[in-house]
Design a protein around this ligand. Sequence first.
Ligand code: FUC
Length: 831
Amino acid sequence: MPINTKLMYLGFLLIFFIFYLLFKLNVQAQSSSLLKLWYNQPANQWVEALPVGNGRLGAMVFGNPLKEEIQLNENTVWAGQPYRNDNPDAKEALPKVRQLIFEGKYKEAQDLVNQKFISRISQGMPYQTVGNLNLSFLGHEYFTNYYRELNIETAVATTRYDVDEVTYKREVFASFPDQVIIVRITAGKSGKINFTASINRPAPVNISTNSNDKLIMSGITGDCDSIKGAVKFQAQVKIAAEGGSISATNNSIIVSNANAATLYISIASSFKNYNDISADAGERANTYLQNALKKKYEQALRDHIADFQRHFNRLSINLGVTDSVKNPTNVRIEQFAKSNDPQLVALCFQFGRYLLISSSRPGGQPANLQGIWNNQLYPPWDSKYTVNINTEMNYWPSEITNLSKMNEPLIQMIRELSHTGKQTAKDMYGAEGWVLHHNTDIWRMNGPIDGSFWGMWPMGGAWLCQHLWEKYEFNGDRKYLKSIYPVMRSAVDFYLSFLVEEPQHKWLVVCPSVSPENAPSCHPESSISAGTTMDNQLLFDLFTRTIRSAKILNVDKEFIDKINDALKRLPPMQIGQWGQLQEWMQDWDSRDDKHRHISHLYGLYPSSQISPYRTPELFSAAKTSLIARGDESTGWSMGWKVNLWARLLDGNHALKLITDQLTPSIQPDGKQKGGTYPNLFDAHPPFQIDGNFGFTAGVTEMLVQSHDGSIFILPALPDIWKNGSIKGIRARGGFEIESMEWKNGKISKLVIKSNLGGNCRIRSYTKLKEKGKTSLKSATGENQNPFYQTPKIKEPVISNKATVKDVKLKNTFKYDIETKPGKRYIFSRLQ
Ligand code: FUC
């Protein structure tokens, strides 16, 4: 080729490459611009402010030009100090309580539990706000061109506005690598930044300034019940001003005529672990601060974004984009039910992942009822850990949406509860193993609280243990399994010594207990009962999963036999007189029961005991129960129902629940209902973060499910999500759906990476072909992959009054693909 032609050819290639890059960047810029919550006005109330967090530190940013308020949290700032709350009188009263329950004297049994079981010491300690950083910008009341956003792809909150033709900008983020919250204030013209910074807490604290540029607030957490607050904490705010001057009064810092200012907020407490609060809060806060100050702002921002994206970018989703994205987020929530705005679903889905990364990091505390964001000293339900649904729901999305690391704080809390709960089991019930009731807090208290109606539920440990096992189902790591096995074994020990034979069928049951927070209409004043459906389902999972763990680890042969003996004697699930799945051992369910808890459907989700293919009668009964329960409810209840409808393989109904959840919580008359706040926080009401996490898990379950013997692709796609794609969903057995696309409601492309090898069984409504292969093997019999063993439950007992409705299922195709660790498998639709 002559040299000129060669050069021309290369030139063309270069131009083509530049265009390609520009195009790619543009596409990226467009897609990233959609992962934002944005508004045209400052936050007026806390549920309009925007959350940032690094797992340990949290902040809510109001974005008010005149008076910026940054509400602060640190995840160990809890009232009280190490304590226990067991009631030792329970042991003696236990036989009597059981007798009363078996005689049907529920009211008397409940009264006795209130007297003898419920803690007399404490009902749990509240998680408390640290306080507020206030920045007051004189003269900024008349602003124009206002805009604020939370970019959930970079985890930075930005506020922008103009005053007197100068554009001001504030950026706030909570850095995990640097363990501080950083606020950066800039202006379009030099010398224009003037503000006064102060800090406060709605409780007595010591506030001082140090060397002109540092605010210090020291305090101690509050008392609650009879427990004295003893966690010391300190917040230090260092202001680095560029240009202009900086000065201090005894409780504020004044920045004048600066070109820019960077604020470093460092907070620490004296909390070391649930048993030790002897750390030096001031020294810790100072160490974090001094380390952070070594870095330039740009570097800190880059490190923060890189760290955050290492987690966040593991998954991306596209459900389609409509014109609705042109509206501010609050307007989109208001219009969601009437509009077609699938991108808002994608945004909320990713917001759940954003919140998990921001509120639950290895080494810290698990996300509590409000994650880490709480502006009160005594918040609703103490913002602690309610384990009869809420804490578990917080972690539903963690494995499936590729945020496995974020559940480490939960795993650690369960290990700790297994220690503290051992004494509770012994002191309260004279039982082996460990027990937890329906609540705990940072001090890992295990006793029953709040009253028998809510608190007499000794099943918290049984539910939490499922999360220990679930993590293993995804990572297949034997070393990890070995480390958590003793916790599961000890939970089983408790039930083996606590289970009791009930007189009617001679089944082994948990007694006393409740079906969480619900009472049957035949005795609505007392929830207390024996052998509730959820208890039996939880024990079935705990027992079978502990047996499987013991077999994998090749330990405890005799113990396995013991568990098997008990397993055989647990009550089966029962289908009651109107074809419903019974919530209680007796056929008490009412068709009018709209209770937010749907505990007996645990067997459908998150568990896998009820299946459309293996247990069609129970599947039908579960559906009948769910239809009767209705749709609208508290935020988390609707979040659960999204998952349940996905498991019922009804994508349109799941979307109906998503629509109910994405309704504004705050009504025109000011009243609140279950739904969504302007800042996308889920509303119980009040704000509870579980609903956000339930939502994210639910959308995932609509697109991919990995249980019941296979990876089910697009099991519950709503009709209107015609085209879309998702990258990065994880499936049990170490599979990752690296990418998946669908067109016209049908899968078009699927890439699965196998990390552990083994048989990959795919279920799909559409026929598939594998790249490079002439045919795919149709699956038959049981999946031989050990991670896809299906639960072998007992035959249900069906009331002779019941008509069990037939469920019509769409035809599916199942394939078996033998995989190798580290290899990718590419599929497309077979026409
Ligand atoms: C359970 C639920 C309530 C609330 C509380 C924190 O008790 O029944 O609805 O979510 O936890």
